[in-house]
Write a protein that binds this ligand. Structure first.
Ligand code: NAP
Length: 352
């Protein structure tokens, strides 16, 4: 990375939403990026951001951002890097139009995740997949991050796949309310309740890990062959997706072997000291009632996953519990980490 001559201006698309607000919070003191533009739907465009948004975060809305006028999500943006927290109903076309016009779109939405030339990126897991960007015909580029529940699962699986190989995975999720966006699930539906269905989520969890854990050969990703079964539930927790996981491994491993792999797992994001990279991507918590969303979702800036309760399983080889912060690690924070890696590896060359 060349020495920066000042911070790089960025835009937030879908800035008024649940993920958009998290982008604003996480980027408000970022050493490399500075929010210069916020954009959302035509309902919000033209208003001051503070009048358009229903700010739901506990940290105060930064005054400078509150006074920005919300723009439309079109190619009149001045910032060449756009972080997208757009509703999936509109993200596909908006993001492709921007990429065609020379913008670098770092997206949270599902629309382009399976495009053959678009990386579905987790810097700690498949940084080499960034190479796919070079095969894109866009003047700019699109890079995506996975679904908020996929990310915790894949970070837990990656060291095990590398060391022992995975044969089968079964996962049951307990997913937080903020994962449904704002206003999300009606209070009358979720108070005193668990909803055993989240539209499209199980398919995402069963397919996204195969691309992320796949291997890049000759400019193409060859998906990992692995059986994954997922069941997804919405629970009355504000932030933090908890998942119970069962795994069958290809090679024999002891409990100590597995915990050692998790604890020692590190990656290019830590090596390059990316500003939002957690010190350790994975924390193994020994207490048998951990991890818990309320206690552990903010571990290491909300960017680490916490794992606990590794034990033998009578159906598979082992079972455990994994927790990750869905709007930080699973959305805005993950996307910012992707952009940090891209900057460090000179993927934004044309705009510096
Ligand atoms: P959200 O709270 O519903 O926010 C959606 C945003 O999209 C709002 O800013 C909204 O602007 C904007 N928007 C809606 N229609 C638009 C249009 N026609 N043109 C331009 N902007 C439009 O949703 P969210 O939870 O933040 O999720 C955003 C995206 O990230 C989704 O694709 C979601 O699947 C994905 N994601 C979410 C999470 C999570 O934990 N929440 C995690 C990973 C990925 P207005 O306010 O002006 O309507």
């Amino acid at each position: 990375m060349k020495k920066l001559k000042g911070k790089i201006p960025v835009a937030i698309l879908g800035a008024t939403g649940s993920v958009g607000q998290k982008f604003i919070e996480l980027l408000s003191n970022h050493p490399w990026f500075e929010i210069k533009e916020v954009a959302a739907s035509e309902r919000s465009a033209g208003k001051k951001y503070k009048d358009a948004v229903n700010w739901i975060l506990t940290s105060p809305l930064p005054e400078k951002i509150g006074n920005l006028t919300v723009k439309e999500c079109d190619t009149n943006l001045n910032s060449k890097i756009a972080f997208s927290g757009l509703d999936a109903g509109v993200a596909g076309e908006i993001e492709s139009n921007l990429a065609k016009a020379g913008y670098y779109v770092i997206s949270n939405s599902r629309n382009h995740r399976f495009d053959k030339d678009v990386p579905l990126l987790i810097p700690e897991v498949n940084p080499d997949h960034l190479e796919l960007v070079k095969t894109q015909s866009y003047k700019g580029a699109i890079v995506t991050n996975p679904n908020c529940s996929t990310i915790g699962l894949v970070l837990a699986l990656k060291p095990l796949q590398d060391k022992f190989g995975l044969e089968a995975v079964n996962v049951v999720t307990m997913q937080a309310l903020s994962g449904a966006g704002y206003p999300g699930v009606s209070s009358l539906d979720i108070v005193d309740n668990v909803i055993p269905f989240i539209g499209g989520e199980e398919k995402k969890m069963e397919t996204e890990p195969l691309k992320i854990l796949g291997s890049l050969k000759n400019g193409k990703v060859k998906n990992l062959i692995l059986k994954i079964s997922a069941q997804c539930n919405r629970v009355a927790v504000l932030d933090g997706h908890l998942e119970t996981v069962q795994i069958k491994l290809k090679k024999k491993a002891s409990i100590d072997n597995i915990i050692k792999e998790w604890k020692s797992f590190t990656s290019i994001a830590q090596k390059l000291k990316l500003p939002l990279a957690p010190l350790h991507p994975i924390y193994y918590l020994e207490q048998e009632k951990y991890p818990q969303p309320k206690l552990h979702r903010n571990l290491d800036k909300g960017m680490a996953v916490s794992i606990g309760r590794l034990r033998e399983c009578s159906l598979f080889d082992y079972k455990f519990v994994v927790l990750s912060h869905n709007t930080v690690r699973g959305a805005a924070g993950g996307a910012i980490l992707n952009a940090e890696l891209m900057l460090k590896l000179n993927y934004f060359n044309s705009i510096k």
